[in-house]
Design a protein around this ligand. Structure first.
Ligand code: GDP
Ligand code: IMO
Ligand code: MG
Length: 423
């Protein structure tokens, strides 16, 4: 059986958590393959809203296996808090959550380095979530990192001190006040919590699953336009968020990838710095933020909002080999008289249909205008009942991208999903 990959096609927060939760009944295992606690994946059911950062979004389905793959970076403090929050909801994560021994650890000093580096950048800061992601991946590729498998080895504390001391030397170059002690104590408590979980060489487990005909869904974090190679560098995250990241982040061969499910918000949002051609800094943008409750799940920061950007979306579809689209937050666009869709850009008087290398203030969106719809679609259960102008919007996206829309999400709740083509 091939492994399906679900990922965000924009700048993150497309609604991946909600959709994974909706799709989990069709799978045997849900696996995270990159990123770390910079992610915030929200799920809503039985009037509970829950936000996951490190743990895969299949965790609420008791009989399913969840896996944190080798490509993920883990902060033991966040991990402990997440498992505590799950325990409060009577979810015993120890039962069905596996963790790769090859996943890297975010140290307390990685978080400090992240903060010090951002502070030193001043107005050119990335807008990082300050979870230590960049410094941890730097230590991974620099071959200095600590991995989950190290925590059970006798020299773990020694290795921890060695790396932390190295970070202290680097921190001396920054004019940055910090204290590690309190976070360090919690961090070691988190390490003890991690030891209670099944720490494994997960590439074997996952290949074993697919070889035995079990269905696996790989859950992406962040979004394609934040990819370390193809995003708007340097305003990106530090991992490969694209489909290829599922191969390296889980240890599965490219020939084993099946469906590539691309999640697209019906408009665009971005948190943090960096180019955003269709950004609306006006009342329309404020209305989107308000109706969509666009505030970061991890940091609470207001999200920048704008119209759907098709050149960027087509780029993401190309990079990932997307086979089906899922549109989320479609309900948020109710009540807009006109819906604009960016189909091309203008740069220095020239019309272009791709994201240029030197994307900056000078890139201006060229819009196609569609009629909006007034109707509230949050309770609609069948595609036939959707407003005509809404269907025209979906048709337009399908025609422009050449990819079918298989699910439309009409609210944050588990049951708020419309299937134009039943799965
Ligand atoms: P993720 O990082 O891709 O999992 O997305 P987030 O959870 O960070 O952000 C998506 C936000 O939108 C969360 O607050 C979700 O509860 C909410 N959400 C998801 N799908 C929908 C939808 O179809 N409509 C509305 N109104 N909210 C949604
Ligand atoms: P989910 O999985 C939205 C953004 C940050 C910043 C940049 C780098 O919930 O979609 P980092 O902390 O990785 O060094 O930050 O990336 N970013 C996200 N934006 N959703 C996310 O995750 C994000 N993870 C990181 O805001 O601009
Ligand atoms: Mg999020």
């Amino acid at each position: 059986m091939k492994l399906d990959v679900l990922l965000g096609l924009q700048w993150g927060d497309e609604g991946k958590g909600k959709i994974v939760d909706v799709l989990t009944p069709h799978y045997d295992m849900i696996a995270r393959f990159q990123g770390g606690p910079n992610a915030g994946h929200s799920l809503e059911f039985n009037h509970i809203k829950h936000i996951l950062h490190t743990i895969p979004s299949g965790i609420f389905h008791e009989e399913k296996i969840n896996l944190i793959g080798n490509g993920v970076v883990i902060d033991p403090v966040v991990f402990k808090n997440e498992t505590d929050a799950l325990a409060n909801l009577k979810v015993e994560a120890e039962k069905n959550l596996y963790v790769s021994k090859k996943a890297h650890l975010i140290l307390p000093s990685h978080r400090i380095l992240d903060a010090a580096s951002e502070a030193a950048k001043g107005s050119t800061k990335i807008g990082s979530t300050l979870k230590g992601i960049g410094p941890t991946y730097m230590d991974k590729t620099g071959r200095n990192g600590l991995r989950i498998g190290d925590i059970t080895l006798p020299d773990f504390n020694e290795k921890y001190r060695f790396l932390t001391n190295k970070h202290r030397t680097i921190l001396n170059q920054y004019n940055y006040d910090y204290s590690l002690e309190q976070y360090e104590e919690e961090w070691f408590e988190g390490i003890e919590r991690l030891k209670k979980f099944r720490l494994i060489d997960s590439e074997h487990l996952i290949n074993n699953f697919t070889d035995r005909g079990k269905r696996v869904l790989a859950e992406g974090a962040q979004g394609t336009l934040l990819d370390i190679d193809f995003g708007s560098y340097p305003y990106v995250t530090s991992s490969n968020t694209i489909c290829a990241g599922a191969c390296t982040g889980l240890g599965v061969a490219p020939s084993k990838i099946g469906e590539v499910i691309g999640i697209v918000k019906a408009y665009c949002t971005r948190v943090g710095s960096g180019p955003f051609p269709t950004e609306l800094k006006d009342k329309t943008g404020d209305k989107m933020r308000q109706q969509g409750m666009e505030f970061g799940s991890t940091t609470g920061r207001p999200r920048r909002c704008g119209w759907l950007d098709l050149p960027a979306l087509k780029y993401s579809i190309m990079l990932n080999g997307v086979t089906q689209l899922i549109i989320t937050k479609a309900d948020v666009l109710s009540g807009f008289e006109e819906i604009k869709v960016c189909t091309e850009y203008k740069q220095n008087g020239k019309v272009i249909d791709y994201l240029p290398y030197d994307i900056g203030q000078d890139v201006e969106p060229v819009y196609t205008r569609l009629k909006g719809w007034e109707e509230d679609i949050r309770e609609i259960k069948s595609y036939r009942e959707m407003p005509d102008n809404f269907k025209k919007y979906i048709d337009f996206i399908e025609n422009q991208t050449g990819v079918k829309v298989n699910i439309i999400s009409t609210g944050p709740g588990r049951e708020q999903a419309v299937f134009p083509f039943p799965l």
